[in-house]
Design a protein around this ligand. Sequence first.
Ligand code: GAL
Length: 335
Amino acid sequence: MRKIAAGVIGFLFLFLSARALFAAPPVVSPGEPWLDNRGLRIQAHSVGITLWKGVYYWFGEDRSQSNDPAKRYVACYSSTDLAHWTFRRQVLALADPEHLGPRWVLERPKVFANPRTGKFVLYAHLDDADYKVARVAVAVSDRIDGEYRYLKSFRPLNEESRDIGQFVDDDGSAYLIFESRPTGGFFIASLSGDYLNVEKQVSFLHAPLEGGALVHYKGLYYVVGSHLSGWAPNPNVYATAPSLSGPWTEFKNIAPPEANTYGSQSSMLLKIVGSKKTTVLFMGDLWRPEQLWDSRYLWMPLEIGSGALRLPAPQPCELNVKTGETALIAKPAVK
Ligand code: GAL
């Protein structure tokens, strides 16, 4: 009996080591179709990432062709290495909640995990077909990958709000960054204790930008945004400040302007604090407006520090979330 048990354990050990050895390395490949554990294309556009109990959760717009055209969907995937993603569920499958009419809009979903209430709070941009409503939608769940219950919509700080971004600072404080067309800029605002409201204006950056994303890296705040050109790419820009409330520098290009952000639009900046290195990933969308379901993703480690930020030309990249190290994988030279 003992011999059999030892044999089984030995086999399991060999099996697991072989699996670890031959498991696909954690590589992200900008622009390539990205498949989940089911072999289906990841449908999570306008990425929002929530790190919860050591697991990354990716939320985004689910634009699957099989979706009911009257509803709007948010999908959730999980991963421990940022490269291999397991489909959890469509956490939101919402019918027009505010009588916004045909072609109503629910975009840029972001989920905040509230350590005080234990609830998960989803924010998204809610609008009608003409983008005239300009509100945020709020939905909640008891589980990060559970079904989210629509709660309400409102205009944060009573301002028009279109593209939104999420930011959680090193001290755990949660902020919404939102674009306001009439005032021509980004608001950065803190959330209330229960995260169900947008409470206090922290900063206003007077620059007509959208796709706002923030990161706190080595004592400086970096904000990235894109110009207002709809689905069409444009040269995304960044500014920095010693504090979230500013003063903010002028905006500068994150890549050569003629590259148009390599066809992408900013959505999120993710800081990976590893044992050897802290890396910041630029996460953007490569939109295909005629077939949004086929839109791709551009994730790349940024060159960042001392007030400078640069998005390198897209290239497949191996990520190590444990050490924080990244390695660009040289593409074979074209003959
Ligand atoms: C972009 C925006 C997207 C979507 C699109 C519609 O500027 O970032 O989230 O709203 O416009 O044209």
